[in-house]
Design a protein around this ligand. Structure first.
Ligand code: GLU
Length: 303
């Protein structure tokens, strides 16, 4: 397949949508990003990477990193994690508190903020330095040793982090957070602040297309765990619009409020798209449209 020509065509087709929506404003450091940006990259299972537009320009990965933290926590700690976090779509905004009380401090899934905080807590217990583990993992899988935390973004999020602090303290009251909440929040904010390009992210996510194999050929997840992760991405990876994303795109995906989305074609390739303006659910407007065009033009969906 001529991915480069395909991506250029998609970039042209979705150009009228770039800038529709609003960049995330609740993290002030993200609100200043140019909404006119658009990049898209495909990495095949052999590590070849193709791109269009701003595909090599770093952006704030935010919740896309939740995928990598979950993979590490499962790989190092196994299935015990699933006693502390569910695998059902929440049907609520990503930072909602309401469900947690009804469900005794057990978050619906690992991709809403409450669930990701539990994953980070687990990773902190397993490694003693959750955010550095995630950063090191992303560097290794992308091959980009320059990846780093964005201090300004992490600080901005921490300053405006009352909602995440509330979620963490609330879960701690049920015994579902075991590390000190301030330490946990620091690691979570650092992890969310990591900046990467579409090329970096597409390469780093390849273990999900390679049925659990890392870039160096060693095994991170069993084939079955890789299937399970892709399934949770499909059902829970794009906030409370996962049904719509499955309908339009038909691939496991994970989005972030920085405007990035990764999607996986198991056995074949990973796709990363970035455009900062978001819809009301928090997904990139042009990003979802581009992935919709990708699977429509190629037939590469899981359905
Ligand atoms: N750091 C963001 C938060 O915790 C991540 C949200 C997201 O990308 O979904 O609010």
């Amino acid at each position: 397949m001529d991915y480069k020509a395909l991506l250029d065509r998609i970039a042209q087709e979705v150009a009228p949508l770039v800038g529709s929506g609003t960049p995330a404003e609740y993290i002030p450091a993200l609100a200043t990003v140019d909404p006119g940006r658009f990049g898209m990259a495909v990495a095949d299972v052999d590590g070849n990477v193709y791109g269009s537009g701003d595909w090599e320009r770093p952006f704030s990965t935010q919740s896309v990193t939740k995928v990598f933290a979950l993979a590490l926590a499962l790989s190092l700690g196994g299935d015990d994690l699933w006693e502390r976090v569910g695998r059902e779509p929440s049907g609520n905004p990503f930072n909602s508190l309401v469900q947690l009380e009804y469900e005794n401090g057990i978050p619906r899934n690992p991709f809403i903020n409450a669930g990701a905080l539990v994953v980070t807590d687990r990773l902190q217990t397993l490694t003693g330095d959750a955010s550095s583990e995630v950063l090191g993992f992303l560097r290794q899988e992308s091959g980009n040793q320059e990846l780093a935390f964005a201090q300004e973004v992490a600080a901005s999020e921490s300053e405006h982090g009352d909602r995440n602090a509330a979620l963490a303290h609330f879960m701690a009251s049920y015994g579902n957070i075991v590390n000190p909440v301030p330490v946990l929040l620091d690691h979570y904010f650092w992890q969310c602040s990591i900046e990467m390009s579409c090329a970096d992210l597409a390469l780093a996510a390849r273990f999900l297309a390679r049925h659990g194999l890392r870039a160096d050929g060693t095994r991170l997840l069993t084939r079955s765990e890789a299937k399970q992760m892709n399934a949770v991405m499909m059902t829970c990876g794009t906030y409370d619009a996962a049904g719509e994303f499955a309908y339009r795109v038909g691939l496991p995906g994970k989005s972030g409020v920085g405007g990035g989305i990764i999607a996986v074609v198991p056995g074949r390739c990973t796709v990363c798209v970035w455009s900062p303006a978001l819809d009301e659910q928090g997904n990139s407007v042009a990003g979802v449209a581009a992935l919709d065009r990708f699977t429509t033009l190629t037939g590469l969906s899981v359905f």
